[in-house]
Design a protein around this ligand. Structure first.
Ligand code: RBF
Ligand code: MG
Length: 298
């Protein structure tokens, strides 16, 4: 079990005593310093305690995924993005079924509703608080990254319309944009961000009856659009498909999981990199026991 410790090193001994194999502690300091092993092995096969010098937002994704994260809201390593920044970053590195414990080493109350608001657009459910005294709040990543707080899977169907810039094909991640009105009742209230599930053509000449895997972005594309955009777009990338576009046809979509909020990336490369990660995560979830059986049955 790999643990991300965003609190003082006092927690490390306890975590290892409780069986954590590998604890990565975020230690405030100059960003980007190499990971310093404090035990003989850093391979994850033996108990190891490592430190990342910098704040949590600079922890490289390859150091995860984590089953547990411990977040002291008052720890310097939480960084400039505050609790929100730390929880966004943690959410990008957690395994499904993993837990995040949020507490305050200064003994301040952690308000459950306030934390729920902070994580509203992250793949966490608030599963409890750390006691009646409000000392901590516990978050959980749903099994299979199931969409939190709404009954899922979510089935929707929409006509494919022209996107804004038709840029996604050039980017190497072609997307079919669903007409927002067609899916408004199903997407209403869902946070902006990246979802995954299955897709099939409902009609049209290219209808081969095949159900494919998909990732879907609901959002305003803040990496490219700065004026908040005219309208949310609902873009479906059909995985393992290199046929033509679907303009004018209808797609049936089954949304099963949610990966992350929509984010403003530092340029195209960073966005494309993350989209490849999204696709990889979606693929491994959709091939797993939890979702696979849905593929042919919806
Ligand atoms: N655009 C963003 O600005 N931020 C994102 O986090 C983001 N995530 C995406 C994830 C996926 C899986 C896909 C297919 C698209 C995403 N986009 C995102 C939209 C992307 O900017 C868009 O596809 C291109 O601008 C072409 O319209
Ligand atoms: Mg498109």
């Amino acid at each position: 079990m790999r643990v991300l410790n965003i609190s003082s090193s006092a927690a490390v001994d306890l975590l290892r005593e409780k069986g954590a194999l590998d604890v990565l502690s975020v230690v405030p300091g100059e960003d980007g310093a190499a990971v310093a092993p404090t035990s003989a092995s850093t391979l994850g096969n033996e108990a190891a305690a490592r430190s990342w010098v910098g704040d949590v937002e600079s922890v490289p994704p390859y150091m995860g995924p984590f089953s547990v994260a411990v977040v002291d809201r008052d720890w310097d390593g939480v960084g400039g993005g505050g609790l929100r920044g730390a929880l966004v970053k943690a959410s990008l590195m957690m395994r499904p079924g993993g837990h995040v414990l949020v507490y305050s080493s200064r003994g301040s109350l952690i308000d459950r509703d306030a934390v729920a608001t902070v994580v509203r657009d992250l793949c966490f459910e608030v599963v409890g608080d750390g006691g009646a005294d409000g000392g901590a709040v516990l978050l959980r990543v749903p099994d299979g990254f199931a969409v939190p707080n709404v009954p899922s899977p979510i089935k929707m169907s929409g006509e494919v319309v022209a996107g804004y810039g038709r840029g996604s094909r050039k980017l190497g991640v072609p997307t079919a944009n669903l007409r927002p009105d067609d899916v408004a009742s199903e997407t209403d209230g869902l946070p902006l961000g990246v979802y995954f599930g299955f897709v099939r053509l409902e009609s049209g000449s290219g209808n081969d009856g095949v159900v494919r895997k998909m990732v879907m972005n609901i959002g305003r594309r803040p990496t490219f659009v700065t004026d908040n955009g005219p309208e949310e777009s609902i873009e479906v990338h059909v995985m393992d498909y290199d046929g033509g576009d679907f303009y004018g046809e209808r797609l049936a979509v089954l949304v099963v999981g949610f990966l992350r909020p929509e984010m403003k990336f530092d340029g195209l490369d960073a966005l494309l990199n993350r989209i490849q990660t999204d696709i990889g995560m979606a693929r491994s979830q959709l091939d797993g026991d939890r979702w696979k059986s849905l593929q042919d049955d919806w």
